[in-house]
Write a protein that binds this ligand. Structure first.
Ligand SMILES: C[S@@+](CC[C@H](N)C(=O)[O-])C[C@H]1O[C@@H](n2cnc3c(N)ncnc32)[C@H](O)[C@@H]1O
Length: 345
């Protein structure tokens, strides 16, 4: 079986890296084929696993907008014939709609939606079109001359990322990253349900919320009690109960249990305060403080500004940088997302 993923095109690498990380940590056995920017197909999935994988991907991914099960792969020339050969009663539950999305394709979107809709109606009894709220969504994706006909089986919760934007949370303070990036960073840290995730610069709790939503236990700390309390208020608001928050300087960190991942956005010293440390010192002190609090196979996923070279600091403490992605914020600042693990020679 094959799953078709439509991804955000807001970054050239992060959506694919996030998907790959989730496939790694959830043991999703499939071939990841990048068709073009924004379009990925997971091939060679055994039908026994397809539903489970589908559920995991829709529950976890931030930068993937849609996941569908492919019914058939056709072409612009043979689409009508191929659509007529499908037994649509296997897929459609009373009402349906057909929607077409193009990637570098000349296909006529509106004409194809109408034509495929009418062919499905002709070939299947007892179903109706409902464009506003269909029970079954048939998603057609055209890339060049290739046409994928697929069905959406589980809806992604798109509203969550809109409703959890920093200014919509009960406790707001400037400097919290977008919930999609926070989710992506949690996913890059390769944690799974029940794992313990630490953010030692938790601020308003944006990263902890995303880790909690995918089923992790979370612990956050911040040098300011106001932030620690605010993070707790925000976590409660999103129904997260498995959390602990502490008010402490990162240099005092001593965890009650080693963590499965650290996911964090340290202060850069420009817009956020770093306590009494300056410049690069905060990164060194932070690396030192978390090393012994992380399990040996734990990942650290962190953001940093482009002008801080993490490599020598990581080397000195015993960490290794395994992945890095740049996000251009404005002319003079690129934010670097790094995935880091302990180094063993
Ligand atoms: C960039 S913000 C984190 C934003 C957070 N991800 C959010 O969603 O709000 C950095 C945080 O680090 C905290 N901080 C600064 N210096 C610290 C230190 N030495 N130890 C612990 N926390 C510190 C600041 O109070 C601030 O809340």
């Amino acid at each position: 079986m094959e799953l078709l993923c439509i991804q955000s095109q807001e970054h050239p690498e992060l959506p694919k890296a996030e998907l790959k990380a989730v496939m790694d940590c959830e043991n999703i056995d499939a071939d990841l084929c990048v068709i073009t920017d924004g379009l990925v197909i997971l091939k060679d999935i055994s039908s026994d696993n397809c539903e489970e994988y589908y559920e995991i991907l829709t529950r976890r991914l931030g930068y993937t907008h849609e996941v569908h099960e492919i019914i058939l792969t056709s072409s612009i020339d043979t689409l009508n014939e191929d659509v007529s050969s499908v037994d649509w009663s296997d897929y459609i539950d009373e009402t349906f709609a057909v929607r077409v999305k193009r990637f570098h394709s000349e296909i006529d979107t509106v004409a194809t939606e109408r034509k495929v809709g009418s062919l499905i109606l002709e070939n299947c009894d007892g179903i109706k079109v409902n464009l506003k709220k269909p029970n079954s969504l048939i998603r057609i994706v055209a890339f060049n001359d290739t046409v994928y006909v697929a069905i959406e089986k589980i809806k992604l919760n798109k509203k969550h990322f809109e409703n959890s934007k920093p200014h919509k949370r009960p406790f707001f303070y400037p400097g919290s990253m977008s919930p999609k990036l926070a989710r992506c960073m949690v996913n890059l840290s390769r944690v799974t349900e029940g794992d313990l995730v630490l953010d030692p610069f938790c601020g308003t709790g944006g990263i902890l919320i995303e880790a909690g939503i995918i089923g992790c236990k979370v612990v956050g700390s911040d040098i300011y009690w106001k932030m620690k309390n605010g993070a707790a208020i925000n976590l409660e608001h999103f129904g997260i109960t498995e959390y602990r928050t502490f008010n402490l300087d990162v240099r005092e960190l001593k965890m009650y249990e080693k963590v499965a991942a650290v996911v964090t956005d340290p202060p850069y010293g420009i817009s956020t305060t770093t306590g009494d440390m300056d410049g690069d010192d905060i990164f060194k002190e932070f690396f030192k403080a978390i090393y012994d609090n992380m399990k040996d196979d734990a990942y650290l996923c962190m953001a940093s500004p482009h002008y801080v070279d993490l490599k020598p600091i990581a080397d000195e403490i015993g960490f290794e940088i395994v992945e890095q992605y740049g996000i251009k914020m404005h002319r003079s600042l690129t934010r670097i997302i790094s995935v880091i693990c302990k180094k063993f020679d």
